[in-house]
Design a protein around this ligand. Structure first.
Ligand code: ADP
Ligand code: MG
Length: 548
């Protein structure tokens, strides 16, 4: 047996690792299993190129828990390591990596490295000691390495029949939660569900003699070829729908999907789904899962995709998103910017195609798309520019218009004396029923703007659309638009009006005439004979004071 000392200046590196990774202890399993996957992939490559002449054999990665011995073991049949390699990769590289990391981040707070993966050494977050038993595919004796978390380790020859590696964690007292099968099972499901090599955790169970019993069959916990790794041409709509159900078993069916597949100038695959966005956007956010080569990394993609895209669901897989760094760094990373622009463009293209090729379907889906599109237009300039061509206005009769079409539709009737186009909208069609009827009687078009973001949206459009003024249907600005040339069919004669006016005015709410305006302008059977409007200026003042 040999003893050695790991080459690192910090004597007490492990307490630091524990502290830095505190919030994320559970990632140790992801790191170990992904190392096992890497080792297996390397072996497959070596066999593929003929460099290694061995049979592949069973390549299943096995994860097991021994509650009695308090161990967790991850075994693979991958390339394995020779003694030299253990010394090089396990002792040196990882530690120098850790040292560099500590140098870089020593002044910063813990949350900055939220998802920092420390690879192999993350196993010390949950272990009192770690054993590596490994046999290289090369003709070399098997080795056993052990380290109890101090910078000292032991290394010796041992026996292991087959090529491959076992990583055995002796679970620390404060981490015994990880000896629960259900916990490990949940972690495998979270991090390893789509890894590319089969992973077995125990055996499939069978209901027998009124209890569950193990069968001989491995319990494989992952799908090795998730659909985002396939070509769109190989897939049917049903495949996408089924994958969605795998990701979100409880969710409603999505409206449609986008299959992302880029290999230049960066690598990105993935499938994004447009969910039916019900009223509360906050509830819908952060459903996208981010993977790196089929290894789950995070489901909080803020900073990686533009804010409004966090409303989408699905999977993004990219080895080009640097994952071991802080969020603020991510936002300034050039690759991340490119990726994010690409996704934004793809999303806009998808909507644009649907709009152009299937306008009817698009209009039917507009109610569910509206919140998403408006959110994008409000928060992302680039998206605004593309979406301005396919965003819709809906009027009170349920007819849809693009911005351009709407402008054409109203320009005859709704230009005020200063030559401004007046967009009339209702933010509560039920309560504003009589105002809407009055406006319609004047041949004005009234849009429905009653969505969660519409008040912001209207404000933004007023700045963006040329020469546009937005007016609520219950405000008196509409009076300026009354077409003088129209023949009015009074229901109440001018004499009667003179008599009635004081009655109404006396009964208008507090503030009287200064705030409200009474008019008798019924133009059709259905319109109300008397309309009391609130001065637009006063209305805005009131809205503002209510906003606090
Ligand atoms: P990384 O995976 O980023 O290289 P790790 O700390 O996870 O860093 O692993 C360090 C190195 O140890 C790996 O690059 C690999 O060479 C070696 N290694 C770790 N686990 C295994 C394994 N199961 N089989 C073979 N080699 C391994
Ligand atoms: Mg690793």
């Amino acid at each position: 047996m040999q003893k050695g000392k790991i080459g690192v200046s910090t004597e007490n590196i492990f307490p630091i690792i524990k502290k830095f990774l505190y919030s994320d202890h559970e990632i140790f399993l992801r790191e170990l299993v992904s190392n096992a996957v890497d080792a297996t992939q390397k072996l497959k490559t070596l066999v593929g190129t003929g460099e290694c002449k061995q049979e592949l054999g069973d390549l299943t990665i096995r994860v097991s828990v021994d509650k009695e011995k308090k161990t967790i073991t991850v075994s693979d049949a991958g390339v394995g390591m020779t003694q030299d390699e253990v010394e090089k990769y396990i002792n040196q590289i990882a530690f120098s990596g850790a040292e560099e990391f500590l140098d870089k981040f020593k002044d910063q707070s813990v949350q900055i490295i939220g998802h920092f993966g420390m690879g192999f050494y993350s196993s010390f977050m949950v272990s009192s000691s770690v054993e590596v038993v490994t046999k290289s595919w090369k003709d070399a004796p098997a080795v056993r390495w052990e380290c109890d978390g101090s910078p000292e380790y032991t290394i010796e020859d041992t026996t292991r029949e087959r090529r491959g590696t076992d990583i055995i964690l002796h679970v620390a007292d404060d981490s015994e939660e990880f000896l629960e099968e259900s916990r490990i099972s949940a972690l495998l499901n979270k991090y390893c569900k789509f890894m590319p090599i089969e992973i077995a955790f125990g055996k499939k169970k069978e209901w027998k003699d009124s209890k569950y019993e193990d069968t001989d069959e491995d319990n494989i916990i992952n799908q090795t070829n998730p659909i985002w790794t396939k070509k769109p041409a190989e897939l049917k709509d049903e495949d996408y729908a089924e994958f969605y159900r795998t990701l979100y078993p409880m969710a409603d069916e999505p409206m449609f999907h986008i299959h992302l597949n880029v290999d230049y100038p960066f690598n990105l695959t993935g499938i994004l789904y447009f969910p039916k966005i019900s009223n509360n956007i906050d509830l819908q956010k952060n459903k996208i899962q981010l993977y790196c080569n089929q290894v789950f990394v995070t489901d909080s993609v803020e900073g990686i995709v533009p804010e409004f895209l966090t409303l989408l669901h699905g999977v993004i897989d990219s080895p080009d998103i640097p994952l071991n760094v802080s969020r603020s760094y991510l936002q300034s990373d050039a690759n991340v910017k490119k990726i994010s622009n690409h996704i934004t463009k793809k999303v806009a293209d998808r909507l644009s195609t649907l709009f152009k090729n299937e306008r009817e379907t698009y209009e039917q889906k507009w109610a569910d798309l509206k919140l998403f599109v408006e959110y994008g237009m409000l928060t992302d300039e680039k998206f605004y520019d593309s979406a301005a061509k396919f965003a819709m206005f809906k009027d009170v009769d349920g007819k849809h218009y693009t911005f351009e079409e709407y402008k054409d539709a109203i320009k005859e009737e709704q230009t005020d004396k200063d030559g401004k186009l007046v967009y009339i909208y209702s933010n509560d069609p039920e309560a504003q029923y009589s105002f809407i009827q009055a406006a319609k009687a004047h041949q004005y078009n009234v849009m429905v703007m009653d969505g969660q973001l519409d008040s912001h949206f209207v404000q933004m459009l007023e700045g963006k659309l040329e020469n546009a003024q937005f007016v609520r249907v219950d405000s008196d600005v509409m009076d300026n638009l009354v077409r003088k040339d129209k023949k009015k069919e009074w229901k109440i004669t001018p004499d009667e009006q003179e008599n009635l006016k004081p009655v109404f005015e006396a009964n208008t709410p507090e503030g009287g005439e200064a705030m409200y305006h009474v008019s008798f302008e019924a133009l059709s059977e259905t319109a109300a004979p008397v309309v009391i409007t609130q001065n637009e200026f006063m209305r805005r003042m009131k809205d503002m004071s209510q906003m606090g």
